[in-house]
Design a protein around this ligand. Structure first.
Ligand code: CMC
Length: 427
């Protein structure tokens, strides 16, 4: 055995192997712990638990580092594009020119939905939150694409991965159009991934959507920034759902449900609502006091893993300025509130002591609003982007020889065994 960790429990010394990754903390392999000690570990929220081995994404939260397959997110956001990042996450390497063009062609030619699928949307109330539609509609893909639900067939796993990445923007745009009360716009194969999505969202029969390179680039960058983030709550949900052998469409629907929460993907919607609620710079001190009194949290701040500036937030802030300048909104009062809020928070001991920095969601809400999206769409856009991360992590799990159904244990603190009491004998 290599390096080990030793500890004793009830007089017995237990020796456990230590696993080493390429980077990041060592991991104590506790798989034999229960058999050898009759004890479980306790870690609600998984703050000290590695749930799997992965080669996809690495985060060093203290240094503010995020790497996809070894490449820093800042470099990818600056020099690559979303489709190339999808290829990288799925395949492990950057594509050659021919591989890129094949992959882009495959994704572009899977964007259409089965004609009958459109009827599915009509079942939702007009005012349904687009995320509610996403949870239902993406799960329903399993009913339309049976020929890619055999998880034991590697070819079907690839087809389902391509279908999900390709069809997600079409479903998201339909959720948006339905919510707006406008007719659906079909995908077009001559447009890029981001252009196609923006057109499906903003074209109307009376007027086609006009491409704007700055806004398209911003949309693509927002997708790139959200593509993967190792074992976050929704990705762990996808892995856990997939560990039972459930089909990939159902697993991604589970991931979308988890992403919806305000502590995760719902934070950008909440962050924008918060900025609107503050409204003007002079209200910030009062708002900060409310955070310190624990009446509410500063949305778009803090992260389970980053105890430093979220590297995605740096790119997001730059993109936000570019988009606002392009749409002629550099004087947006919410941007002023955001910048001043950030300045005050980063100099306040409450936030410094707790290592609370802006995360990716702090500036994404203002940017998405300037692109023309209402807050209800923000988490939907996150889901479109994160689909590639979810599916890459799902594939990695299925292809990992040590993969088994995820089944955590518990510390039971409920009533001890007792006998049933008939209703007339209960006091
Ligand atoms: N505002 C004010 N205080 C905060 C915040 C915040 N946003 N986040 C954490 N804290 C405080 C918290 O009260 C606690 O203080 P104390 O030690 O005095 O009790 C301390 O910081 C640690 O907080 P925690 O809840 O134990 O930390 P966590 O790792 O469980 O939470 C988080 C991470 C992201 C859920 C949390 O920071 C949060 O709620 N942030 C706001 C929501 C948000 O912006 N989420 C988006 C995350 S990035 C996108 C994504 O990955 O989905």
């Amino acid at each position: 055995m290599g390096e080990t960790a030793k500890f004793s429990i009830e007089g017995k010394t237990i020796e456990l192997p230590i696993m080493k990754g390429t980077d990041g903390p060592d991991v104590i392999d506790i798989r034999k712990l229960y058999a050898e000690s009759d004890a479980f570990t306790y870690d609600p929220g998984f703050t000290s638990t590695a749930s799997c081995e992965s080669k996809i994404t690495f985060i060093d939260g203290d240094k503010g580092v995020l790497l996809h397959r070894g490449y820093p997110i800042g470099e990818l956001a600056e020099s690559s594009n979303f489709i190339e990042v999808c290829y990288l996450l799925l395949h492990g390497e950057l594509p050659s020119a021919a591989e890129y063009s094949d992959f882009e062609h495959t994704i572009t030619h899977h964007t259409m939905l089965h004609e009958q699928f459109d009827r599915f949307f009509q079942g939702f109330r007009r005012d349904a939150h687009p995320m509610a539609i996403m949870v239902g509609a993406v799960g329903a893909l399993s009913a339309f694409y049976h020929d890619s639900t055999d998880i034991n067939d590697p070819q079907q796993r690839w087809i389902s991965a391509h279908r999900l990445i390709a069809k997600m923007p079409t479903i998201a745009a339909r959720a948006f159009k339905y919510f707006q009360g406008q007719p659906f716009v079909h995908p077009r194969n001559d447009l890029s991934y981001a252009e196609n999505f923006l057109r499906m969202c903003f074209a109307v029969p009376a007027e086609d959507w006009k491409p704007n390179p700055v806004l398209t680039r911003a949309m693509d960058r927002i997708f790139t920034l959200h593509a993967d983030h190792e074992q976050n709550a929704s990705t762990s949900t996808v892995r856990l759902a997939g560990s039972s052998g459930a089909n990939p469409f159902a697993c991604i629907a589970a991931g979308i449900a988890c992403l919806w929460g305000p502590a995760h993907g719902g934070a950008n919607e909440e962050a924008l609502n918060m900025l609107k609620e503050i409204g003007t710079v002079d209200k910030i001190p009062e708002f900060i006091q409310g955070v310190k009194d624990r009446r509410y949290r500063l949305m778009g701040f803090g992260h389970r893993v980053y105890k430093n500036y979220d590297p995605r937030a740096t790119v997001m802030q730059k993109t936000c300025h570019e988009v606002l300048a392009e749409v002629g909104d550099s004087d947006d009062p919410l941007l002023k509130v955001a910048m001043e809020l950030e300045r005050i928070a980063l100099n306040d001991p409450y936030f410094i002591e707790r290592k609370l920095y802006p995360n990716v969601d702090f500036y994404s809400g203002i940017t998405l609003r300037a692109l023309g999206f209402p807050p209800e769409m923000f988490t939907v856009l996150f889901a479109v982007a994160r689909t590639v991360g979810w599916i890459a992590q799902w594939k990695e799990m299925i292809e990992d020889p040590v993969y088994k159904i995820g089944r955590p244990r518990q510390l039971y603190t409920g009533a001890p065994k007792r006998d049933y009491v008939p209703v007339d004998k209960r006091g």
